[in-house]
Ligand binder design. Structure first.
Ligand code: PLP
Length: 384
């Protein structure tokens, strides 16, 4: 047989998978592993989707997505951030933020173009850049600066091949958030070096301590930003596979071409559900967010009480404590914790070198489970 694609083979499989394979063979595991809400999609959203099926709405839609949904996206962005896009030409409805990311990179990159990616970060960014023929360039961030990227580190990695930067606040896996000044300094570097900004703001609604700053609103950013967002986290809709991109029309046009030939359109039932979420789902989203906030405080305090140093993360639903003081690397810590006490966490290096010595714990799980996980972790670290 002839060899498969070298480009794809050269990208390693996600380090998370090994842990999920281990769990599949075990009982009684408390999983703080998967980054997924433990809520089901709000009833009103499910009901809108069921009703659409009863009415027989089962067709393709416009390649861009239903215009009514794009109008709702624009309305929500205007309400929340005062930023404006044209629903007809500057919004593309995608199969989750995942497809939007892939499409954005493919729309922007020529072979060898570099994309700066602050790390630790979501596992898909670097592989998607590589699949699109680009070169991911890590910009490490540090625990002592709250895992926030800074403009000087970013500027120092710019070369003549740098095409874009990926920003994602609040951040998976660290829960880091950014204020206006920090983001503006990065945008200024992008303007000075004519870089595109891909801003994955999927956790925007899960900003607990300060209002989220939408990158596209910052002076200099709008014309060079592809803003990505979706429904998986804020509305507990991971299984619906629905998201969107907002960007200048010339970029959306190119992204649409890829989307048209690969996906054709996002599923109509998910689009109708997403429309309902935007129209009437604010209260549900706020309630879930308040619940995550309660769990965040409880869980992070619990971690610190048992000796896992963890500053309170400002957003998303992850804690990223240090395990350095226990003398085990993060992979060994996570593997032993799983085997000895049946608690699943993800080792930080899976998210990039900046994650060395840390573990990611997703606290979007029931309070009783979080409390039991803390008891098990206390027993575990007590033996180290
Ligand atoms: N972006 C980030 C930062 C994520 O954490 C995730 C999922 O964990 C995604 C994108 C994927 O989102 P979606 O379900 O909309 O494809």
């Amino acid at each position: 047989m002839k060899p498969l694609s070298e480009k794809i083979l050269s990208v390693p499989a996600s380090g998370i998978r090994r842990f999920f394979d281990l769990v599949a063979e075990m009982d009684d595991v408390i999983s703080l592993g998967v980054g997924e809400p433990d809520f089901v999609t709000p009833w009103r959203v499910r009901e809108a989707a069921i009703w659409s099926l009863e009415k027989g709405q089962t067709t393709y839609t416009s390649n861009y997505g239903l215009l009514e949904l794009r109008i709702e996206v624009v309305k929500k962005m205007r309400e929340r951030y005062g930023v404006e896009w044209d629903p007809k030409s500057e919004v593309l409805v995608t199969v989750g933020v995942s497809e939007a990311l892939d499409t954005a990179f493919r729309a922007l990159l020529n072979p060898g173009d570099e994309v700066l990616i602050p790390e630790p970060c979501y596992v898909s960014y670097a592989p998607c850049v590589a699949f699109a023929g680009g070169v991911p360039v890590a910009v490490p961030t540090r625990a002592d600066s709250g895992f926030r990227a800074n403009a000087t580190d970013i500027a120092s990695r710019i070369t003549p091949r740098t095409k874009a930067i990926l920003l994602s606040y609040p951040t998976n896996p660290t829960g880091a958030t950014m204020d206006t000044a920090g983001l503006q300094a990065i945008v200024d570097v992008c303007v000075a070096h004519d870089l595109y900004i891909i801003s994955d703001e999927i956790y925007d609604r899960l900003s607990y301590d300060a209002p989220h700053v939408c990158v596209a609103t910052l002076p200099g950013a709008y014309d060079r930003t592809i803003l990505l967002n979706g429904f998986s986290k804020a509305y507990a809709m991971t299984g619906w596979r629905i998201g969107y991109a907002c960007a200048p029309a010339a970029i959306i046009e190119v992204m649409m071409k890829i989307h048209q030939y690969t996906m054709l359109c996002a599923p109509i039932t998910a689009q109708i559900a997403a429309m309902e979420a935007l129209r009437r789902g604010d209260r549900d989203a706020d309630e879930m967010c308040a619940d995550y906030d309660r769990r965040r405080r409880l869980f992070v305090k619990g971690l610190n009480d048992i000796g896992l140093d963890c500053p309170l993360p400002g957003g998303a639903f992850y804690a990223f404590p240090s395990v350095k003081r226990f003398g085990l690397d993060a992979e060994t810590f996570a593997e032993k914790l799983l085997k000895d006490e049946r608690v699943l966490v993800v080792p930080g290096p899976v998210f990039g070198d900046g994650g060395v010595g840390h573990i990611r714990c997703c606290y979007a799980t029931a309070t009783e489970k979080l409390q039991e996980a803390l008891r098990r972790m206390e027993r575990f670290v007590g033996r180290l």
